[in-house]
Design a protein around this ligand. Structure first.
Ligand SMILES: N[C@@H](CCC[C@H](N)C(=O)O)C(=O)O
Length: 300
């Protein structure tokens, strides 16, 4: 599995609500990691196994055309995110929390300080409160525009195990998501996210798909908080135990469906745990959840 160029490479395994990642540091961006290398390392039988791989590269070592430092000169590290099949993704909401926990543990950023991280979708700020990390995920977009928001959907989605086509609403965070509301947890459990999910019309860059069941609202510490249960099929991976950008998309879709007066604060329950999503100033979203480093591995 390991190509000679990767022998001796040191990786760390970590997860955020059981969305798991391999992390490595390549400060000068010297390592050539092609899609087959990434897929081999992420393979759960022949490799180490993970939903994605994250390479930490110094922003000043990035190839021309990726100018993170022009956006924020303090964004010293770039998160090079790859899905388990080797494809690249714009952003990873669980991965970026684990990335900052890893940078702290490696002594590459000041522990406990807010960190600006370069990503393919721009610079994102991450800060730690106790054991949890919060990410300013920035603005989102519903590519179907006002018509989709008014109608509540803009695509048709066919999922194995569920009868007929379901209505889906696309939400970019800014990686592409399609959120489908189901009436109850029995349907959520019946869905088979093993086979490909068919989305029509096909989104131009593909899509992650979230199945959600809204579970109502309660008042916590004087604030209305909505709860959503979610399962996800990730682009470039398959079904995963969690997806941070997906939880943001899920909360934003359910909030849009609920209409005026819907909560800004959401708990999203996923098979791997729970995260919190907050809409701030109506136009950007924050994600809070755990980050766990599990093991260090050296490739033979
Ligand atoms: N698991 C991630 C999302 C990873 C990228 C996604 N599969 C894509 O291709 O967009 C998250 O926690 O956000």
């Amino acid at each position: 599995m390991t190509t000679p160029a990767l022998r001796g490479l040191r990786l760390t395994k970590g997860h955020g609500t059981e969305n798991d990642f391999l992390l490595l540091t390549d400060p000068d961006g010297a390592l050539v990691l092609d899609a087959a290398d990434v897929a081999g390392l992420c393979d759960r039988r022949a490799g180490i196994g993970a939903d994605g791989l994250i390479r930490a590269v110094r922003s000043r070592a990035l190839p021309e055309g990726v100018d993170v430092l022009a956006e924020d000169s303090t964004a010293e590290w770039f998160m090079d995110y790859r899905n388990a099949d080797g494809s690249v993704a714009e952003m990873c909401g669980n991965g970026i929390r684990v990335f900052v926990a890893y940078l702290e543990r490696e002594g590459l950023v000041e522990p406990g300080a807010a960190v600006a991280v370069g990503t393919r979708s721009g610079v994102r700020r991450v800060w730690r409160t106790g054991e949890e990390y919060t990410v300013d995920m920035g603005p989102w977009r519903m590519p179907g525009g006002a018509a989709a928001i008014d109608q509540g959907y803009d695509v048709a989605v066919v999922v194995a195990g569920l009868a007929g086509a379901r209505a889906g609403l696309r939400v970019d965070v800014p990686n592409p998501h399609t959120v489908v509301a189901l009436p109850d947890v029995a349907e959520l459990d019946a869905a088979d996210l093993g086979p490909a999910v068919v989305v029509e019309p096909v989104p131009p860059a593909g899509t992650n798909v979230e199945l959600v069941v809204p579970l109502g609202e309660e008042v916590l510490d004087g604030e209305a908080v909505g709860t959503v249960r979610m399962r996800v099929q990730e682009r470039g991976v398959g079904e995963t135990r969690s997806c941070g950008t997906g939880t943001c998309a899920a909360a934003l879709a359910v909030r849009a469906w609920a209409g005026r007066g819907a909560p800004d604060a959401w708990r999203v329950l996923v098979p791997g745990g729970e995260v919190r999503v907050r809409v701030v100033d109506g136009d950007r979203v924050e994600l809070t959840g755990p980050a766990v480093l599990v093991a260090d591995v050296s490739l033979r």
